[in-house]
Design a protein around this ligand. Structure first.
Ligand code: PEP
Length: 263
């Protein structure tokens, strides 16, 4: 827990001109007390890195190779992402798991490769609608977490790896999970981590799935929420700014609550 983190996932969107327009409308408008980042397609890393220099907005990629270097045509290594100034990389997004066949173990190897280079992996986990309907949410989340392995879980416990709960049925569908469904899943993730690492309160656990400016505040205010992974809405500067402002407002009001309760 701690301050909120809000990360935009541009997916396979953008272009040199539209990126410049989007970022110039974001820079200087995001709240200082929220950690923010954008995860962009590989070809735009250099452009976005330069546009974000001297800002507090972090840069991330959307995928990384599990391999270090060599004859892996089409792959991009964690070290290469670091050279372009990336701080984050999304790993195991459900679109990669579903459309590109990434298994739990491949996701774990990618997360390890990212950690070994000093990148912060944002590991996406979440159930399909069929799994939810079958009452298997906890089982799926625990399986995906367990697959990450001990080092990654330790990294989650000390804030070097971020977990994003992204129910597959809520991604890009306009149908966000209800706050109580999100809280149940976030609490399940945190309690599973607590049984394995010393300080699970320090782990950053985000929610992603059709977060919009109208739903953001309620989702960020959930007791186990550390922020959000934002897809479609991160492509609109106005919407992304409002979402980040909602995160800032929630953090400030909870800081005030803590100060009040400490007298
Ligand atoms: C995502 O791509 O991680 C995501 C959460 O997308 P959306 O916000 O569009 O549902």
């Amino acid at each position: 827990m701690g301050g909120k983190l809000v990360v935009g996932n541009w997916k396979m969107n953008g272009g040199l001109v539209s990126n410049q327009n989007l970022l110039s409308a974001l820079v200087d408008r995001l709240p200082e007390d929220v950690e923010t980042a954008v995860c962009v397609p590989y070809p735009f890393l250099a452009q976005v890195s330069s546009l974000l220099s001297n800002t507090s907005i972090g840069l991330g990629a959307q995928n990384v190779s599990e391999y270090v270097e060599g004859a892996y045509t089409g792959e991009v290594s964690a070290a290469m992402l670091c050279e372009f100034g990336c701080r984050y990389v999304i790993v195991g997004h459900s679109e990669r798991r579903t459309l590109f066949g990434e298994s739990d173990s491949a996701v774990a190897r990618k997360a390890s490769a990212a950690l070994a280079s000093g990148l912060k992996p944002i590991v996406c986990i979440g159930e399909t609608l069929a799994e939810r309907d079958a009452g298997r949410v906890r089982e799926v989340l625990e399986r995906q977490l367990a697959a990450l392995g001990e080092d990654a879980l330790l990294a989650a416990g000390n804030g070097r790896l971020v977990i994003a709960y992204e129910p597959v049925w809520a991604i890009g569908t306009g149908r966000s999970a209800l706050p109580e469904q999100v809280q149940d899943a976030l609490a399940c993730i945190r309690s599973w981590l607590a049984s394995r690492v010393a300080d699970a309160r320090k782990a950053k656990v985000l929610y992603g799935g059709s977060v919009k400016q109208d739903s953001a505040a309620a989702l960020f205010a959930l007791p186990d929420s550390d922020g959000g992974l934002i897809g479609g809405a991160s492509l609109s500067a106005a919407e992304f700014v409002s979402i980040c402002e909602a995160a800032g407002a929630v953090s400030r009001s909870s800081d005030l609550g803590v100060k009040r309760s400490n007298g």
